[in-house]
Design a binder for this molecule. Structure first.
Ligand code: E4P
Length: 222
């Protein structure tokens, strides 16, 4: 499973890259707004840091013609841009038209299996399933089944061989569930990504090894 970072913060991206686990970046208008910087400027800054791994940048237009123009523009910023559009009928019209022209789309705000099927049929490259926002609702809706979504994209044929991207992740447990489900990608906020390195027994073990080493060397560190 690929690890993407869900942030528009360059320092967080640099750290994830230094850890050697970064396969891509997803941004959205809320994450960009948090940074207080112009959209294209920040996306280009991110690309200059990460090189040619996938970077998702989101459209905000809703009208078909305007969205078509905006999607073409965002795609022209760099070859590794994945144009993010929300699931709705107008967006799918745009994906259907531009995907065969070589533009990669990340269809976002997916909460049901039929929505995922529609995105795949339209020509999405990434299908972003939001798991955290469902949990935030106190599971009022049946939780999305990532296993079924992965199974779906692997069972049928679609124009772009879409990948299931688990998004809106809030905890390491959701990362574990994504791995178990066979998700192709999980996009993870920095704080959660950092937590993945830890386990209580790992941390206790590190401390104990160090203390025993000091005992054996009479208090001298390496
Ligand atoms: C996905 O690409 C989105 O940017 C993101 O995962 C949304 O997460 P949120 O529910 O924490 O806003």
């Amino acid at each position: 499973m690929k690890f993407f970072i869900d942030t528009a913060n360059v320092d967080e991206i640099k750290q994830a890259q230094a850890w050697g686990i970064l396969d891509g970046v997803t941004t959205n208008p809320s994450l960009i707004a948090r940074e207080g910087i112009e959209h294209k400027k920040r996306v280009m800054e991110i690309i200059s840091v990460v090189g040619d791994i996938p970077v998702s940048a989101e459209c905000i237009e809703t009208d078909v013609d305007k969205l078509m123009k905006e999607a073409r523009d965002i795609a022209s910023w760099a070859p590794n841009i994945y144009v993010k559009v929300p699931m709705n009928a107008n967006s799918m019209e745009v994906v259907k038209e531009l995907s065969p022209q070589g533009i990669n789309f990340n269809v976002t705000l997916i909460f049901s299996l039929p929505q995922a099927l529609i995105a795949a049929k339209a020509g999405a490259s990434f299908i972003s399933f939001f798991v955290g926002r469902i949990d935030d609702m106190g599971s009022l809706e049946a939780p999305l089944n990532v296993v079924e979504a992965v199974n779906m994209v692997e069972t049928y044929e679609f124009p772009k061989d879409p990948e299931i991207l688990v998004a809106s992740i809030r905890s390491p447990l959701q990362v574990t569930e994504s791995i178990k489900a066979g998700a192709h990608i999980a996009t993870i906020p920095y704080k959660t990504m950092e937590m993945l390195f830890h386990h209580p027994l790992t941390d206790i073990g590190i401390k104990k090894f160090y203390e025993d080493y000091l005992k054996a060397t009479g208090g001298k560190s390496a």
